[in-house]
Design a protein around this ligand. Structure first.
Ligand SMILES: CC(C)(COP(=O)(O)OP(=O)(O)OC[C@H]1O[C@@H](n2cnc3c(N)ncnc32)[C@H](O)[C@@H]1OP(=O)(O)O)[C@@H](O)C(=O)NCCC(=O)NCCS
Length: 154
């Protein structure tokens, strides 16, 4: 099983938008996602991921099974704002492998903000970041939603 990350080109934006709908629907269990009853879609503007921030597909043996949205906050400051693996592929270490590849590709100061009110997302990030940094990270709960945040440098 070969897990990889591949930058989403403009021509593949439609595929990312489909995955994003699945992601937002799943997230809406925990967080008030912005659903538009006229278009029957959740609203989320991904324009900036085709400008100076990046979207990556997560692939397994070249099959697209998820995505990562990476915010490049400049001067070697990076943030993963969203990660998603479709249900058929979950719990196989695909998310962790993809994130590890992303961390190795971009070096600097990392901030990760888990989805608010989701113990599952918090558990995933705690395990993944702890494994990657050998425990060398800081974490906090902040803001209105007491959201888990993680910080480290690589
Ligand atoms: C979070 C998500 C990306 C994890 O992807 P995945 O490929 O299934 O995760 P992995 O198999 O790499 O898991 C790595 C570790 O996190 C843990 N983990 C993963 N999903 C978890 C969950 N839902 N609940 C608790 N722990 C979880 C795994 O058990 C594993 O730890 P282990 O080594 O002790 O078994 C996926 O569940 C997802 O897309 N969820 C919906 C969207 C979401 O919440 N994204 C996070 C936004 S911040």
């Amino acid at each position: 099983m070969n897990v990889d990350i591949k930058k989403v080109s403009k021509t593949n934006r439609g595929k990312l938008e489909k995955l994003l709908q699945l992601y937002l629907h799943e997230l809406s269990y925990y967080f008030p996602a912005d659903y538009d009853p006229n278009t029957c879609t959740y609203k989320y503007n991904i324009d900036k991921y085709f400008e100076d921030n990046y979207a990556y597909f997560i692939t397994v043996d070249n099959n697209i099974c998820g995505f990562i949205l990476l915010d490049d906050n400049k001067n070697d400051n990076y943030e993963i704002s969203e990660i998603f693996v479709v249900n058929n592929y979950k719990f196989k270490k695909i998310g962790e492998s993809a994130v590890t590849k992303m961390f190795n590709k971009y070096r600097g100061n990392w901030t990760i903000k888990a989805v608010p009110n989701s113990p599952l997302a918090e558990s995933f990030w705690t395990k993944t970041i702890n494994n990657y940094t050998n425990g060398n990270y800081k974490s906090d709960h902040t803001g209105k939603y007491n959201r888990a945040e993680f910080y480290f440098n690589n």
